[in-house]
Ligand binder design. Sequence first.
Ligand code: TYD
Ligand code: MG
Length: 462
Amino acid sequence: MGKCPDCGTWDSLEAHTTDPGAEKDRQKGIVEAWQALAEGDAAPPDAPVARPIAEAGAAEGPAPRLRTGIGEFDRVLGGGVVPGSALLIGGEPGIGKSTLLLQAAGALARAGTRVLYASSEESAEQIRLRAQRLGVESLAELFVLADTNLARLVEQCRRVKPALVVIDSVQMIYKGDLEAPPGSLTQLRRCASDLVFLAKASGMAVALVGHVTKDGQLAGPRLLEHLVDAVLYFEGDRSHAHRIVRAVKNRYGTTLEIGLFEMSGEGLKEVPEGVMGMDAHAEPRPGTAHCPVMHGSRCLLVELQALTATGFLGAAKRKSSGLDPNRLAMLIAVLEQHAGMRLADRDIFASAVGGVRVVEPAADLALLAAVAGAETRRALPAQTCLIGEVGLAGEVRPVGHLEQRLREAARLGYERAIIPKTKGARPPRGFALVQVESVQGLLEELGPAPKARPARSPRVAE
Ligand code: TYD
Ligand code: MG
């Protein structure tokens, strides 16, 4: 069966042969081992021994990280690739995984670190063409291999002895001794766990590339997340110029950091701090609001947009992109309950511009202002940004990193911020702070409503 009749996923069934005696044998083995110990038999000499934590792994100390010199990439990894670690890089096809890894491999090789780039999707000639485009085609320490067989791949690793091996992609690698066909989940799981084991045993860092479909469901890389030490995902989609790489798991660093890139003719270029096509001096429009959002140690200014349109009572649409839909629903309810706005029959669309995903509660106030502004056709004053969390009682709550957000906004040319009531808030020089305590307070800050409103024609359900 291709499809699981129970949960509906495709290609998730595996053949198993069960041996009812095996479980019993295993239990018997444990009992015997315990008895042998009690009788004084020593454990085999090469078995791992439990030790006090202060002594564990202290023998040689941590090996230095492999810094690629691509600042944004090192940043998401928490300061570079850890030797002996396994890394998973996921993203939609065509988003730039191969490009980023070949660039990183090239940067390491240029610094004299040996890297093996094993492609299971492209021929050696294709890799060379891409390398030419990225300017890494003539590096002595950059080895490339086009193969899909795991055993041959491991053999090449043993021969070349790289510090980092890139497997692009892990979905195409197969183990010859498995019955499951190449590309199946069984193959994927077994190959990936073998490669992770290879990393731990050899001290090589292994970077696995995995394709993820838009909903992240079907593709399999999610199955591997628990196996590896760090997981990076390309966020957003191909249609945006910017590429955001986010760590969703990292055993050696924080998962809050993001790396910002832009796809160019010569591969991915790093994007300087905070600049995401935002213009502080843009003409204010109803339905837009700017907000400084924290991503790890970095503050990014994002534009949130909202649009309200005639909908049907009881079937009004609430759609969001790059935002948390639950948060949007909550803010709409707050506007209804605490600002007397009737939105039950309005379709509401909201998005974070530029492909960055915004999930921070500190963006509540901006999102609320965008929705309220769109509905009442009132704009915020120019060069203004908003910071604050909105509670269910309609109160505006303080958020962390206020000073850093204000500093970044001032640096980018904003002159005014609407913030929660904060004792002793110190704005940067020449920067005005407007403190609001509640949603009603915020609405007073929106400009006057335009005189002529486009007529709201009533729509009748058929
Ligand atoms: P790729 O890295 O192959 O994506 P993935 O491995 O995630 O499937 O390439 C992504 C896209 O980027 C591809 O459509 C071509 C484009 N590209 C550039 O615009 N500039 C470049 O220098 C390179 C190498 C690729
Ligand atoms: Mg690729």
